[in-house]
Each structure stands twice: as structure tokens, then as C-alpha cells.
Design a protein around this ligand. Structure first.
Ligand SMILES: NC(=O)c1ccc[n+]([C@@H]2O[C@H](COP(=O)([O-])OP(=O)(O)OC[C@H]3O[C@@H](n4cnc5c(N)ncnc54)[C@H](OP(=O)(O)O)[C@@H]3O)[C@@H](O)[C@H]2O)c1
Length: 238
């Protein structure tokens, strides 16, 4: 079986590709520019690269890319440039989640969908309460920054539209806190909800730990069973 990765040229996505390939998994990556995949894995025999704009592919093409996939990982995010933050596609992540889950279901098999989300998005099922000032800041960010609304919409799509009883899609929305780059996987903890304010007192999460947790979710059925339909928060151990 193959793992489909979107956003595999991003700072986290590259590490996900590497984690999966190191575990001898077959990986298909849809990327805009294959040269943005690190050279040392670009020609890996287990890596198939599909080049093109993800949302530019039609549904038949996306369906083909999800064929034989046991898992789909999204590490998509809006590029941190004016165009990336404020230009189209305004709902990059949500649209990708919606379209990929729609076509993946058509194969009739069971697929794990793993979404890279953020502690900036709360999980209504965990009754996560925010202070008035946090609500104010998140509200302003949601209005002013399209990526915040996109991340919230993507998580909501999985929680509400796909839900917990879909016969073909099971999902996990991973919520890292403030992302940092470390060379090696380090100790990290996983929580059902943020343990501190994501807005006023964020903790750190290294991208490589996010990538490691994603790969573990794909490989470890017990971990998947414990985590499915949740929005786990990841922190590097302090
Ligand atoms: N920054 C933080 O502290 C933080 C904390 C928690 C969560 N997050 C979330 O984590 C996610 C990933 O973060 P990251 O730092 O790993 O992201 P990143 O390095 O910015 O990577 C973004 C990925 O999305 C792709 N992408 C962007 N626009 C696209 C488009 N229009 N069509 C197709 N692909 C597109 C990029 O492709 P190209 O290489 O072709 O540009 C790249 O592969 C984001 O959703 C972010 O909101 C961030």
C-alpha cells in the first residue's frame, strides 16, 4: 500500500517523507516543484513524485492519485508571503481535505487521513474553553488571516462532514504548538487538548516530532485506534 503526502515540500512535509521512506513505506508525493524535495530522497526507489498544482488536478486525476493508498497525510500550509497568506487559494487546506477524502472514499477501501493542524484551532468535542482575551485574538486572526480560517475549516470538515462513522475514512488532526526545527526526533508528549494558552503562553513543537508522530500513527495500529477521530496536541518535552 502507498501513503499519499501533500505538502511534502514544506518544512514539515519533507520530514514526513523522510520518516516514511526510512520505514520502507511506499510514498506518493504531489508537489508543485520536485526540486523542492531534498536531494537525498528525491530519487528514492520508494518515492513516486507527481508534479503539479494539487487543486489544479481534476477529480478523476485525484482519484487516481489516491488509488492503493492506505493513508493520506496533509502538511499543507499557506506560504508565509503576502501572496501565500492573502492570495488564492484562500481555502487551500480545506479544499484539499474535502477533495481528497471525497475521491479516496470512492475506492471503497479504508483510508487513514492525517491532517497537520494547529493549537490555534480548538476541539469543540473536548469542551476547550478560551478566555475572553484569547477569543478576541483568535477572532481577529480568523477575520484578518485567511490561513487561520482555513485550518479551522479543514479540521471542522473532518470532524463534522466525515465524522466518526464514515465506512472509508478515519482521521486524526494533529495540533502542534509553536513550530521549531530540530535535527533529531526528541521526547514529546501528546495531549487531548492544549495544556497552556496557545495564544499567550505557547509551548514548542519540533517539526520532526510532528513527522515522527504522523509516521507512528500510520505504522502503529494500536496508536491509531487510540487517536482516531481526535485532535491530539503535541509538545516537545520540556
Ligand atoms: N508556524 C507555526 O508555528 C505553526 C504551528 C502549528 C501549526 N502550523 C501549521 O502547520 C502547517 C504546516 O507548516 P509548515 O511550516 O511545515 O508549512 P510550510 O513549510 O509553509 O509548507 C507548506 C506546504 O504547503 C504547500 N503549498 C502552499 N501553497 C500551496 C498551493 N497553493 N498549492 C499546493 N501546495 C501548496 C507548499 O508547497 P511549495 O513548497 O510548493 O510552496 C509546502 O509544501 C501549516 O498549515 C501551518 O498553519 C504552523
Amino acid at each position: 500500500m502507498t501513503i499519499l503526502v501533500v505538502g511534502g515540500t514544506g518544512a514539515t512535509g519533507k520530514l514526513v517523507l523522510e520518516q516514511l521512506l526510512n520505514r520502507n513505506m511506499k510514498v506518493r508525493a504531489i508537489v508543485r516543484d520536485r526540486l523542492r524535495i531534498p536531494e537525498h530522497i528525491r530519487d528514492h526507489h520508494l518515492l513516486e513524485i507527481v508534479e503539479g498544482s494539487l487543486l489544479g488536478f481534476n477529480d478523476a486525476e485525484l482519484k487516481e492519485f489516491t488509488r492503493d493508498c492506505s493513508a493520506i497525510v496533509s502538511c499543507l500550509g499557506h506560504n508565509l508571503s503576502f501572496k501565500g497568506l492573502f492570495g488564492p487559494p484562500f481555502r487551500l487546506v480545506k479544499q484539499a481535505v474535502k477533495r481528497l477524502t471525497t475521491v479516496a472514499q470512492q475506492h471503497g477501501s479504508s483510508v487513514k487521513f492525517i491532517l497537520m493542524n494547529t493549537t490555534g484551532v480548538s476541539n469543540p468535542e473536548q469542551n476547550e474553553r478560551r478566555s475572553l482575551s484569547e477569543k478576541l485574538v483568535v477572532g481577529i486572526l480568523t477575520v484578518l488571516l485567511p490561513p487561520q480560517a482555513d485550518n479551522a475549516g479543514a479540521a471542522k470538515y473532518l470532524q463534522v462532514k466525515i465524522g466518526k462513522t464514515n465506512p472509508h475514512i478515519q482521521w486524526v488532526s494533529i495540533r502542534p504548538d509553536s513550530l521549531i526545527d530540530l535535527e533529531e526526533v526528541s521526547e514529546y508528549t501528546v495531549h487531548p487538548s492544549p495544556v497552556r494558552s496557545a495564544i499567550f503562553d505557547p509551548r514548542k513543537t519540533s517539526r520532526i516530532n510532528v513527522a515522527h508522530f504522523m509516521a507512528e500513527l500510520i505504522e502503529d495500529e494500536e496508536l491509531w485506534e487510540q487517536s482516531k477521530f481526535q485532535m491530539p496536541v503535541l509538545y516537545n518535552s520540556e
